[in-house]
Design a protein around this ligand. Structure first.
Ligand code: B12
Ligand code: SF4
Length: 462
């Protein structure tokens, strides 16, 4: 039995021709979901994982599979349907799973033979059994998996073409921010994989650099942090010789021992959601966690960096409290916090989130010719109507933020300070230049976007 597991091309990287430049390897990330599914698949299936982001495959030249499984984030949905259509045309059953299939069940059901909603661990063996007997059901619901059942991903299957390996050590997030789909999909209960499983899996990863995909690597409560420390101790003891980056909330900075252990275990960078430069913005999106009394973001960032860990700060533009000038303000605040890189994203209503429900009721989801418009749901286009910012206005705020934060004098100041603090000035310099060069690419993308879909967003909500 032959199984193809396909990651459809992602609109953000579909322009990448990975084999043409070694730097492109840094722009594609492994589809871990498919590697985990492969880990759940019995040996009687011959598995091929196709990542379209590595280059378009010649499907007609490939052997006919018995089953095709497709994953998709929302932004990949259109391409997923094209691929599904091709294989269904050959009479091959197609099953889809992942975040988009779960949040937009009806849309997906009408385009594939079968859908798995939720986490797949509890149902995938049954799906394969049914497929083998030609009796696939229309829908399987995996709900939330028992964390000990999450298998090691098949790292041998996508062994080449990527700069980073990938691993997941926890699932779920209790914070439930209004714009984020993680709590809706993976639940509010924070679930941690057994430490020996994680260490063994790390050892099976061939790449020296690894992305730890957890939405919040350390968790929020004392017992979560204690487990994170135990994990880092075990990783250091196993002498993995890996360098890794992950995502965490700002409380990462509150515990020197945690930071020291993370660094010893190989942590070199952390992606932190600051989200808004104003307390009103944080209230609006429900990220009260960042508002804890006495929190000094600058000191927190500096404490993390002192352990040789780079900090990438993520912010959102387009909140109801955001007024003209917010771009510049965000750049200034991020500079004041001292982050090494700033990543600013447009507020985007993703299906399944509170923000989606709210904007839908208020008639503010401007780009709603679905499924075609999903390709703009990359958080890099303004797809909604924003309270105080017109379409041109919000684009200008984005450009102004990036132009300010990535101005040459500010880049040089950051690089000098990383030299003085004996951190990684070269990485900081290259990272900053790469973001800076994107400003021109983005300008062109906004112009195209406006000419194609701009008319949908022109009306402002009072
Ligand atoms: C790693 C990651 C990335 C990587 C992508 C790596 C990759 N190629 O997959 C990078 C950094 C590139 C990335 C980019 C983006 N991401 Co992202 N990302 C994640 C993250 C943190 C982890 C994904 C992961 O590997 N999980 C581990 C695996 C094991 O879990 P899983 O994917 O859920 O898979 C399980 C089930 O869903 C199911 N399943 C999945 N696929 C299939 C397929 C079949 C056939 C079956 C049966 C089952 C099944 O089985 C798996 C095992 O249980 C998630 C958050 C999260 N917790 O999932 C956000 C997340 C998926 N990302 C999100 C977003 C918004 C983006 C961006 C649009 C934002 C941006 N501008 O950065 C881009 C767009 C990328 C694109 N494709 O267009 C949103 C997606 C929401 C949505 N509705 O689409 C999420 C949920 C985060 C959030 N805050 O809401 N991301
Ligand atoms: S944005 Fe981060 S902290 Fe908020 S719910 Fe999502 S994963 Fe949790």
């Amino acid at each position: 039995m032959r199984l193809y597991l396909i990651n459809p091309s992602n609109p953000l990287v579909s322009i990448v021709k990975v084999r043409e430049s070694r730097w492109n390897r840094y722009r594609v990330w492994k589809p871990l979901s498919l590697m985990v599914l492969a880990g759940l698949t019995s040996a009687e299936w011959e598995i091929k994982i196709v990542d379209e982001n590595l280059g378009a495959p010649d499907y007609p030249a490939m052997l006919r599979p018995d089953l095709v499984g497709i994953t998709a984030f929302t932004s990949q949905a259109n391409r997923a349907y094209e691929v599904a259509g091709y294989f269904r045309g050959l009479g091959v059953p197609v099953i889809m799973g992942g975040i988009h299939a779960t949040m937009c069940l009806d849309e997906v059901m009408s385009r594939v033979d079968s859908v798995v909603t939720g986490e797949a661990e509890g149902v995938w063996p049954q799906v394969l059994e049914d497929a083998r007997h030609g009796s696939l059901k229309r829908r399987y619901d995996g709900g939330l998996a028992t964390i000990n059942d999450v298998p090691s991903a098949r790292h041998d299957l996508l062994a080449r073409g990527y700069a980073f390996g990938a691993i997941q050590t926890t699932r779920g997030c209790p914070l439930n921010c209004t714009f984020c789909s993680v709590t809706a999909f993976n639940g509010a209960r924070y679930r941690q994989r057994p430490i020996p499983d994680v260490v063994r899996e790390f050892q099976a990863i061939r790449e020296k650099r690894v992305l730890v995909v957890d939405d919040n690597l350390i968790g929020t409560r004392t017992e979560h942090i204690a487990r994170a420390k135990d994990l880092f101790r075990a990783m250091a003891k196993a002498d993995l010789r890996k360098e890794w980056v992950g995502q965490a909330t700002i409380n990462f900075a509150d515990d020197e021992e945690l930071l020291a252990l993370a660094s010893k275990a190989g942590c070199r960078g952390v992606f932190i959601g600051f989200e808004s430069p104003t307390p009103e913005g944080l209230q609006e999106i429900g990220k009260k966690f960042n508002l804890l009394k006495g929190r000094d973001f600058r000191a927190s960032v500096r404490r993390i960096q002192r352990h040789n860990i780079l900090v990438v700060g993520s912010f959102i533009v387009g909140l109801d409290v955001d007024e003209p000038g917010i771009g510049r303000r965000t750049a200034d605040v991020a500079t004041q916090y001292g982050v090494d890189n700033l990543n600013l994203l447009f507020l985007t209503p993703l299906p399944g989130t509170h923000l989606w429900d709210q904007m839908k009721v208020e008639g503010r989801i401007a780009l709603n010719a679905f499924p075609e418009d999903w390709k703009y749901y990359t958080l890099t286009y303004p797809v909604a109507r924003y309270k105080h910012l017109s379409l041109d206005g919000i684009i200008q705020e984005m450009i102004s933020c990036n132009r300010n934060f990535y101005s040459m004098p500010r880049i040089l100041r950051r690089v000098c300070s990383s030299v003085l603090q004996r951190r990684a000035p070269l990485i900081s310099f290259v990272g900053n230049l790469s973001y800076r060069s994107n400003i021109h690419v983005d300008r062109k993308a906004y112009a195209d976007f406006k000419s194609q879909r701009g008319n949908c967003i022109t009306a402002q909500v009072e």
